[in-house]
Design a protein around this ligand. Structure first.
Ligand SMILES: Cc1ncc(COP(=O)(O)O)c(C=O)c1O
Length: 394
């Protein structure tokens, strides 16, 4: 048995392993450098080997790694207050991953319904949604591939098309048991799908009118990725529940479920918990990420580099057959092609660029938020070359 066979084969891994990272670049064992437009799937917001991040977690490892949520955790209080300040939310629950932050949101919605005397509280979820692989998050996710063979999934979810306000209104009119809407501000895994500019505002209004919770999955869009601290700030709204993870820890596992308004104070002692969630070490990582985001103006950089990359790609690929749309918000960019394109990922890699494919036919670009113009130009050059070769053999 080879060492790799000791690992459950849950991923179709590429035959490539990295030994080191520097800024926006990863290095393999032969010393080859790759520009990393995957960033651990929208995780390494500060890039690799960020000095401030390294020294913060090194210091914390030498001081205190883990205590328990049975005691006060001062760094958790500090990070919770900071996330609330940046997002406009009121309270934080810390966990270890995106899926766990979604599980906390689902429990909040159910308890919200329970408190209102609703026996079968139901959450509205979207076509194309991805919320994670745990049973609640998996039920909320829309993918027969991910769900097949894992029945029974959970009760209490109703699915409607994404970016369709009329469908939300119809669902509300038909279902007195609806307690919440769970939605991604931009759908990441299904191919960087960006809703109409007023979609979230409409959802906010409908949730207010019908006493429902607006629950945003900002696991991928949060923490500066789209050019604001959180994507909902492009719409100037505050949700009732905001789930986040990924970039919050820059690679250290940490997630948070934030609550405000009618969702705040639902969880009382004993109603939810996590052994590891919000440890001193995890919170030191989150605080170091936010310090760098602030000190280095990385939200603004995500916004300006995102626009630069988007426009550059649109210009380079203008009129190219097979390109359906190039869209993005901040440094969350998708190049949609008219057919499955996983081969493109491998070709880009041979040219020194790491990308991944979302929704089967969308090149997803989610580089570190520290990206500069030179690196953006390199992404444009390689993506342009591989797309043109894919269609024209040039
Ligand atoms: C929008 C969204 N929600 C939830 C998750 C699940 O996060 P995790 O893999 O950390 O459990 C992901 C992961 O890709 C995601 O993109």
């Amino acid at each position: 048995m080879t060492a790799a066979n000791a690992i459950m084969q849950t991923y179709n891994r590429q035959a490539l392993a990295f030994v080191r990272g520097e800024g926006c670049y990863l290095l393999d064992s032969e010393g080859r450098r790759y520009l990393d437009a995957v960033a651990g799937v929208a995780v390494n917001s500060l890039g690799h080997s960020h000095p401030g991040f390294i020294s913060a977690i090194r210091d914390q490892v030498g001081t205190l790694v883990h205590t328990s949520n049975l005691y006060d955790v001062p760094l958790q209080n500090t990070l919770g207050a900071l996330l609330c300040e940046k997002s406009g939310m009121q309270q934080a629950f810390f966990c270890n991953s995106g899926a766990e932050s979604i599980e906390a949101a689902i429990k909040l919605a159910r308890r919200f319904g329970f408190n209102k005397g609703i026996k079968l509280p139901t959450i509205l979820v979207m076509e194309g949604a991805f919320h994670g692989r745990t049973m609640g998050a998996l039920t909320a996710t829309h993918s027969s591939t991910y769900q097949e063979g894992f029945s029974p999934l959970l009760d209490g979810f109703l699915r409607i098309p994404y970016n369709d306000v009329a469908a939300v209104k119809a669902a509300i009119a038909d279902n007195p048991n609806l307690v919440a809407i769970l939605v991604e501000p931009v759908q990441g895994e299904s191919g960087i799908r960006i809703p109409a500019p007023t979609y979230l505002n409409e959802l906010r209004r409908l949730c207010d009118t019908h006493d429902m919770l607006l629950m945003l999955d900002e696991v991928q869009t949060g923490n500066g990725r789209t050019g604001n601290w959180f994507a909902c700030q492009h719409n100037s709204i505050v949700p009732d529940v905001l789930a986040t993870a990924k970039g919050l820890g820059n690679g250290f596992p940490i997630g948070a479920c934030l609550a405000a308004g009618k969702a705040a104070h639902i969880f009382q002692a004993g109603l939810h918990g996590s052994t590891f969630g919000g440890s001193p070490l995890a919170c030191a990582a989150g605080l170091a990420v936010y310090k760098a985001l602030q000190d280095e103006n990385l939200c603004a950089n995500a916004s300006s580099m995102g626009n630069y990359l988007l426009q550059g790609l649109q210009q380079a690929l203008q009129g190219c057959t097979g390109v359906v749309e190039i869209r993005g918000l901040g440094l969350m960019i998708g190049v949609e092609l008219d057919q499955p394109c996983s081969k493109l990922r491998d070709k880009a890699r041979t040219l020194g660029l790491l990308v991944n494919i979302a929704g089967g036919n969308v090149i997803r670009l989610v580089p570190p938020l520290i990206l500069n113009k030179q690196d953006a130009d390199c992404i444009i050059t390689v993506v342009n070359a591989v797309v043109r070769e894919f269609y024209h053999g040039r």
